[in-house]
Design a protein around this ligand. Sequence first.
Ligand SMILES: C[S@@+](CC[C@H](N)C(=O)[O-])C[C@H]1O[C@@H](n2cnc3c(N)ncnc32)[C@H](O)[C@@H]1O
Length: 411
Amino acid sequence: MKNVILYGAGARAREGYNAVKAQGDIPLCFCDEDVLKQKSGCLGLPVLSLEQATTKYKDFLVYVTPLPPVKFDIISLLLDNGIGKENIINYEESVIKTSCRSLESNILIFDHEFHYCCGLGTLHNPPPNVRMTDNIKESVDRFLEYRRQLEDELKSNGGACAGCCEVKTGYFPKYYKIKSISFSPSYPCNLRCRYCDVVNETQKHLTSTVKQWLKDFKFDLLINELRHRNLLDENCTIELSAGEICINPRCDEILDAVKDFNVILFSNCTVYVDKISEICRQPHSFLLESLDAGTRETYAKIKGVDAWDKVIANVRHYADAGANIHLKYVVTNENVSNADLFGFVELCKEIKPQYVRLSCDIHSDFSNLPQTIIAFAIILGRVCIENGISVLVLDHFGKANDNFIKSQIFG
Ligand SMILES: C[S@@+](CC[C@H](N)C(=O)[O-])C[C@H]1O[C@@H](n2cnc3c(N)ncnc32)[C@H](O)[C@@H]1O
C-alpha cells in the first residue's frame, strides 16, 4: 500500500483516483496549479501546488491523471522538479512529433469502418477510415498501415489530417498503445429515439446484408486480436456506445472480451444482463443510461417504444446489484415538463447514480437553442445538486450555452 499524489484535478481526476484506489494505494491529495481548484478541493481531497505537496509529504508516488499530450508536459515538469520516473506510477516515454491525440490513441468502429476519430467537435477533417472485412487480422494490419501513412504524411503537413486543428507538434507517446476504443454499430437497436440519427438516418441506408454483417460482427475477436498484438494500453477504455448491446447476438462474448478494461457501457436497459452488472460494479466502469424522461408518457414519446416500466425496473435492479450508473437526460422541447423533472429526480434519489449527465440534441442550432431547453437544464442540474446528486454538463449545448449553463448550476 503506497501513498500517492494525483497530479491533475481536472476532467480525468476521478479515473485517476479510481485507478489508485483499485491498486489498493492511498490517494493523499491532488496537485494542480489552478488556484480555483486549490480553493475547492477535488473528490474530497485537498488540491495543492506541487511545491506545497512536496513540502508536506516526503514518501509518495505520483499518478498523472490527464491523457497525453498534457500528461507528457506534466511528466516533464515532475522530472524537472526532481521526481524520478520510478516514482511516477503511470510513467510513459514520449517523443516530440506532429500528430493528434486521436491518431495516437483512439479507435472508433462505425459499422464496417475503423476510424481514427469521429470528426465531431473541433476535429474538423472528415475522419480518415479503413474498411473492415470479415478477416480481422488483415483488417487490423490495414488499420495500422494506414495509421503509419497518416503519421508519415503529417511529418510534411500533408495527408487526410492536414489542417485539422487537433493536429499539434508536441509530446506524444513513444510507443503506440490504444487508450480508447468505441464500438458503435448502428444496428441492431430496439428503440427509436427521436433525436438519434443513428436509428433515424444511418439505419435507413443499411441493406439487409450489411445489417446481418453487423449482427454477426465479432467485436470480441477484434479485442482479442488487439490484445494479442499488445496494442491495448492497460488502462484502455472501451465504449460500447451504439446499437444496443443487450440485444446484440454476441452480447455475452463481447462482454467477456471487454470485462478486464474500463468500460463505458451504453445501454437502454430494456433487457437486464447479469454480466453488465458485473462489469459496471468495477470502479472504472459504468452503465450509461439515457433516460431522457421522468414519466412513462414522455419516455414513450421520445424513445418511440412504451418500455418505461421495464426500463425502470431494470435500472433499479442494476442499482440494487451495486452497478455504477450514470443517468443521462438529453433535453429537448418534448421532455421539459415539471412532471418529468420531478419524476427523474425522484428516481435519482432512489437509485443514486454516480452522475446525472445533461445534454441536448447535439445536432441543434446552438445559436438559437430554445430558452426552455437551457432553463430546464439549469433547473434540473440545480435540483439534482440540492439532492446530493453529482451533475456533469456535457459540452453539447454549444460553447456559449455550455458556459452559461455550467455557471448557473455550479456558481
Ligand atoms: C446512440 S445511443 C446507443 C447506445 C444505447 N443503445 C443507448 O441507448 O444508450 C448512444 C448515446 O448517444 C446519445 N445520442 C444519440 N443521438 C444523440 C443526439 N442527437 N444528441 C445527444 N445525444 C445523442 C444517446 O443519448 C446515448 O447516450
